[in-house]
Design a protein around this ligand. Sequence first.
Ligand SMILES: Cc1ncc(COP(=O)(O)O)c(C=O)c1O
Length: 457
Amino acid sequence: MADKALTKIVLGDRDIPTRWYNIIADLKTPPAPVLHPGTGQPIGPADLAPLFPMELIKQEVSQERWIEIPDQVRDVYRLWRPSPLFRARRLEKALGTPARIYYKYEGVSPAGSHKPNTAIAQAYYNKQEKVARISTETGAGQWGSAIALASQMFGLQCKVYMVKVSYQQKPYRRVMMETWGAQVVASPSPDTQAGKQILEKDPDSTGSLGIAISEAVEDAATRDDTKYSLGSVLNHVLMHQTVIGQEAKKQLEKFDDEADVVIGCAGGGSNFAGLAFPFAADKLTGKKKKLRIIAVEPSACPSLTKGVYTYDFGDTVGMTPLVKMHTLGHGFIPAPLHAGGLRYHGMAPLVCKLYDEKVIEAVAVPQLATFQAAIEFARSEGIIPAPESAHAIRVAIDEALRCKKEGKKQAIVFNLSGHGNFDMGAYEAYLAGKLTDYEYPAEKIAEALRGIPQVKA
Ligand SMILES: Cc1ncc(COP(=O)(O)O)c(C=O)c1O
């Protein structure tokens, strides 16, 4: 059993994984095909070529179990990877639980979250294919910061369409992106047809992630020097994040321990998959049948637990290909939740497939209980978590309390996907008693679900 005093395992540069893990190789059946939004037929690489570099398109459909991480990508990873795995001894003590709680801390990246794990890879492949400029959207700013950093590292220009309400409320996230050389505009912007159309109808529009995606996609589709970059949901994005789980497994070995429960918050699914997929591999191959893997979502945006498993658009406007996923309907407008990164109507198709096949579980948690867990964590472990990551903390604490009740000494591992140092507005509101819970009304979900396109799968 683990050394009594050991609080963290910090691996060396040489322990940075050399390969990404592609879970598709271990699935019993292949993932459902991605369909063209116009024809409803499976899309091919040529359909995606205006938006993504060919190497990423290849990775998206690859069946190979392992994909080599280029040295240039590992060179940049070295700035913060391997990230530490902590044993939350103070939290365990505060809870009085016999469980062992571990957290993988991705907030040590320069941008403050797990997002650079894929941003760096994406910028690298764009550079390799002589792309000069990247366009993307950002909601709360974590993804925009990651891609701004990555673009700077590989000498690419970067334009970020930032949802206007965040642009106004989170000026320091914008300044962070600008510090790394990105151009940031408030979306809807007058720079694209999509933005202009919205502004004509509603000059005071505060924007949405769906609108910002439409602007960034249009930007890339209408310029030869530009490709589009997405921070979650897609297979290759999830795969890039598997450095997290590979490192965590090695670190647990050094703690002389093994996971019983693995937990991650899920917005589009990338940090959850990054930690969970390398563990899920052991479940899929029958090595660890009893392992529980839990995705946590907000009850205000419960795509896995309350959505339907069907084909839907990835964006609000209906421009993107159709993917099979758990969705609340692309017209679903989530409540103004503070965990901005978890406000997405759908979920990564690979996460959905594992959920559908009961390899993983999912649970939805309300906002107030999430902040309560964040405060408990900050007051025992010190780190102030991102509101998104706090969802994973909530369930880790609930599992630890279950262990206490049942007298079980289980090992619980969760992903602390980012720090919350730019989220003080949310903490201020919580501490002042101004936050409320928001359960999405069933009739609203039913209304959004009616807008889902009818596709013969
Ligand atoms: C810190 C943090 N965690 C989690 C997420 C959710 O995204 P994903 O589900 O792709 O990990 C975000 C998204 O912005 C984030 O910033």
